[in-house]
Write a protein that binds this ligand. Structure first.
Ligand SMILES: [Zn+2]
Length: 101
């Protein structure tokens, strides 16, 4: 009986560590929706998307960051606005893009 209790405690601890690590790095497969294959959270807006609809970049530590199209478009808009005007764009440029569904 003691062995069973230990197995549940150790198994539960390992699951919590694995799941927390997946949430932390936005690893594909965590929080995945059925149908479109593995999903990952966008590194900027944290919304889940299928991995094949996102752009990924490896980090030095071995983590992979995923970026959704809306965030990439928002970054592009902010960059071009800043470049064209020579000033910081208003904060709603990024906020409205990220907030829309
Ligand atoms: Zn995003």
């Amino acid at each position: 009986m003691a062995f069973l209790v230990w197995a549940v405690i150790v198994g539960g601890t390992l699951f919590v560590i694995w799941y927390g690590y997946g949430l932390l790095v936005g690893k594909p497969g965590v929080g995945s929706e059925e149908g479109d294959g593995p999903t990952a959270s966008c590194h900027l807006c944290r919304r889940p998307f299928p991995v094949n609809r996102m752009v990924s970049r490896d980090k030095i530590a071995g983590f992979v960051n995923y970026f959704c199209g809306d965030c990439i478009e928002a970054l592009y808009q902010e960059y071009t606005t800043r470049f064209r005007d020579g000033s910081m764009p208003s904060s709603d440029v990024l906020g409205t893009r990220i907030g829309r569904n």
